[in-house]
Write a protein that binds this ligand. Structure first.
Ligand SMILES: Cc1cc2nc3c(=O)[nH]c(=O)nc-3n(C[C@H](O)[C@H](O)[C@H](O)COP(=O)(O)OP(=O)(O)OC[C@H]3O[C@@H](n4cnc5c(N)ncnc54)[C@H](O)[C@@H]3O)c2cc1C
Length: 377
């Protein structure tokens, strides 16, 4: 499923991760540091928005290439990989697919180049999984759309220059039929409050209050927000599996080398059969995530839409669960060191838990999957 171009992308992504991400990975985690400059570097290299055409400043690559990049970066920092995914896939894919030519030229090109940061603002204090119940309202006042409401858990929310805001354009009882997507530029009407999180730190997670905020424009059609949201999350759920793959691989690699150097009871840790079994389990999990993520991305790239949607959900569910499992096993294998802030696996373990929650929880994946498979059978 991967050709020479993908291999070349991997090489460039690895170099980028070593040169720019490795030096700030710990700082992001320990100090909740948001690496604005490194996002800019990723933009310059076309790696922030791999699937956006070069005309708008993106990489002009396919979804498999995006997974390659998120995987390579994720081996070093789950947080930075998530930042790239939220800005480069969630926000940018929505604008590329549903935005007008002007929105692409004016906003997408700035985000793709790393000059501006885009955030995807769907979740609210009332509603995450039940997205059709959101309460943020958009009203047309004097020919302009104004938005009022509160969004929460927004990745890059503290630093974003543009927000893709989902808001109600009809009664709450109309649920998904009365939701629209709006492009909102940061201004005084936006109030952001940081949220301290367990993992994926340094990603600017915030509560975002919109007080009579003028929207720049509608993205897609009025009352067509649900289509924007579903299409974007289908792609996002595969992309975030690339983040998962990176984290799981990073934890596996640390456990692998630790098991070779640690000695106890007169032999190396790796010489115990239990350790070998553990490494085999972890390897199997990593290879499973890899196969699923690249296969789902391949289905998207070749336009096998129906299969893609089902596999996007199978992949997200399994990638999230397996990454939590791999990182937990890595911490266990490293013993006290694994529990300390010195090990990478400690950070990866905390980062991994987000994968079972963000962009749809495990339960939501099963809810969607059951609906998809019932339609077929
Ligand atoms: C670090 C971080 C970053 C995030 N980034 C963003 C972002 O950039 N943009 C954005 O819009 N959102 C973002 N989110 C929000 C995320 O998408 C939501 O947290 C997630 O969708 C779950 O929603 P909730 O927190 O409201 O939980 P709830 O929806 O209240 O769920 C609570 C529990 O109920 C379970 N549940 C849900 N449905 C069912 C069911 N049918 N049956 C049984 N149990 C069920 C859930 O799985 C969960 O265990 C982020 C969250 C975090 C933590």
């Amino acid at each position: 499923m991967l050709n020479q171009e993908h291999q070349l992308t991997r090489k460039v992504a690895r170099e980028f991760a070593e040169k720019f991400v490795e030096p700030i990975a710990r700082k992001m985690d320990r100090e909740n540091y948001f690496p604005r400059d490194v996002v800019r570097e990723a933009g310059k290299l076309g790696m922030l928005t791999p699937t956006v055409p070069p005309t708008y400043g993106g990489g002009g690559m396919d979804l498999r290439s995006a997974i390659v990049i998120l995987e390579e970066v994720g081996k070093t920092s789950g947080g930075f990989s998530l930042l790239m995914e939220a800005c480069g896939t969630l926000f940018s894919h929505a604008l590329l697919t549903f935005g007008s030519e002007q929105q692409r030229e004016d906003v997408l090109s700035k985000v793709a180049s790393g000059e501006a940061i885009g955030a995807f603002a769907l979740s609210e204090p009332c509603c995450g999984s039940d997205a059709a119940a959101i309460e943020t309202k958009a009203e047309k006042i004097g020919g302009e759309w104004q938005i009022n409401g509160v969004k929460t858990w927004i990745t890059s929310g503290m630093y974003a220059d543009y927000f893709l805001v989902f808001a109600r354009t009809g009664a709450r009882e109309e649920r998904h039929k009365a939701i629209s997507a709006f492009l909102v530029e940061r201004s005084n009407c936006i109030e952001t409050t940081p949220i301290e999180v367990m993992g994926m730190r340094g990603t600017g997670t915030a509560e975002v209050k919109l007080n009579q905020c003028p929207a720049l424009d509608v993205v897609g059609k009025i009352n067509g927000g649900w289509e924007v949201l579903i299409e974007t999350l289908n792609v996002g759920r595969v992309a975030i599996s690339g983040v998962a793959l990176g984290i799981a691989t990073g934890a596996f690699e640390e456990a692998w080398s630790w098991a070779r150097q640690r000695e106890l009871f007169g032999q190396r840790l790796v010489d115990f059969q239990n350790t070998q079994f553990e490494l085999a389990e972890m390897y199997t999990a990593v290879e499973t995530i890899k196969t699923l993520a690249y296969y789902a991305a391949y289905l998207f790239d070749v336009g096998r839409r129906e299969e893609f949607i089902t596999m996007a959900h199978v992949t997200k569910l399994q990638a999230a669960r397996l990454t939590v499992d791999v990182t937990r096993r890595a911490v266990q294998m490293l013993g006290g060191y694994g529990y300390s802030k010195e090990s990478k696996s400690e950070m990866f373990y905390r980062d991994a838990k987000l994968l079972e929650i963000g962009e749809g929880t495990n339960e939501v994946m099963k809810y969607v999957l059951y609906k998809l498979i019932s339609r077929k059978n």
